[in-house]
Design a protein around this ligand. Structure first.
Ligand code: KIV
Length: 275
């Protein structure tokens, strides 16, 4: 069954957990869709796990549109949420609506995600008024890595926890249909989840959230540059890939690949007539 923003709202009401994974290309999106995962996030983590940057700040609208459109071609039932990259919505409400519109029209996103709390509520309101569903993102918001002074857990002290709770109420009030909580203490994520009426999707925020999201390269052990505490590796695909690449290299070197079964035949008497 097709997942939509309505499915998300119903899941919260029924207490059913939501699953979300990132994807950036057609083939992976198709596999995730076939596995029945509720939503795919074309995250701006693209910058790190696909494009090799050290953070998400250099990702452009063109990057997001290109990868979102590829993912869209691979999915059937999964809800497609695409990240608004750094400086595509912070600059003005107008820019936010225009760029959210491009992600829908050109990237075929079914919803967009943006980072921040009260300061981006005018943008959330305007995008929602343009009939584009918005997923909010609070806690460790990677586009603020320089302001935070690194990738750190957020909301540990009383003032910071109160601020996060207030921000969660604000983004819900502005019209967000879901809220990603990244690197937030478990107990605070539970409090936020009980407080707001929209589903919370946790990453490093504990099992009390209404759903979970992971970067697929992290959960398949394909990205070794950093391994956050909250990541569970569900398979060692990185190791499998490295072994397969090495086996291929060896078979090419020793001439065992390609075998007869991988080759095409012809009437070889033709060769005698060639000059
Ligand atoms: O960009 C991304 O992949 C994200 C998730 C980590 C939530 O925002």
């Amino acid at each position: 069954m097709k997942n939509t923003v309505v499915t998300f709202q119903e899941a919260k009401q029924k207490g059913e957990k939501l699953s979300m994974l990132t994807a950036y290309d057609y083939s992976t999106a198709k596999l995730i869709d076939e596995a029945g995962v509720n939503a795919i996030l074309v995250g701006d983590s693209l910058g790190m796990v696909v494009l090799g940057y050290e953070d998400t700040l250099s990702v452009t609208m063109e990057d997001m549109i290109h990868h979102s459109a590829a993912v869209a071609r691979g999915i059937k039932d999964t809800l497609l949420i695409t990240d608004m990259p750094f400086m595509s919505y912070q600059t003005s409400v107008y820019d936010a609506v225009v760029n959210a519109g491009r992600l829908v029209k050109e990237g075929r996103a079914q919803a967009v995600k943006l980072e921040g709390g009260k300061e981006v509520c005018p943008q959330i309101r305007a995008i929602v008024n343009a009939s584009i569903p918005v997923c909010a993102h609070l806690g460790l918001t990677p586009q603020s890595v320089n302001a935070f002074g690194g990738f750190k857990v957020q909301g540990k002290g009383e003032a910071a926890a109160q601020k996060l709770l207030d921000e969660a109420r604000a983004v819900e009030e502005a019209g967000a249909f879901a809220l990603v909580l990244e690197c937030v203490p478990k107990a605070l994520a539970e409090k936020i989840t009980e407080t707001v009426h929209i589903p919370t999707i946790g990453i490093g925020a504990g099992a009390g959230c209404d759903g979970q999201v992971l970067v697929y390269q992290d959960m398949l052990a394909m990205y070794a540059n950093m391994k956050p505490k909250f990541v569970k590796q569900f398979a060692q695909v990185g190791e499998e890939m490295r072994n397969a690449f090495a086996a291929y290299r060896k078979e090419v070197a020793d001439g065992t690949f390609p075998g007869e079964e991988h080759t095409f035949k012809m009437d070889e008497s033709i060769l005698d007539r060639l000059y």
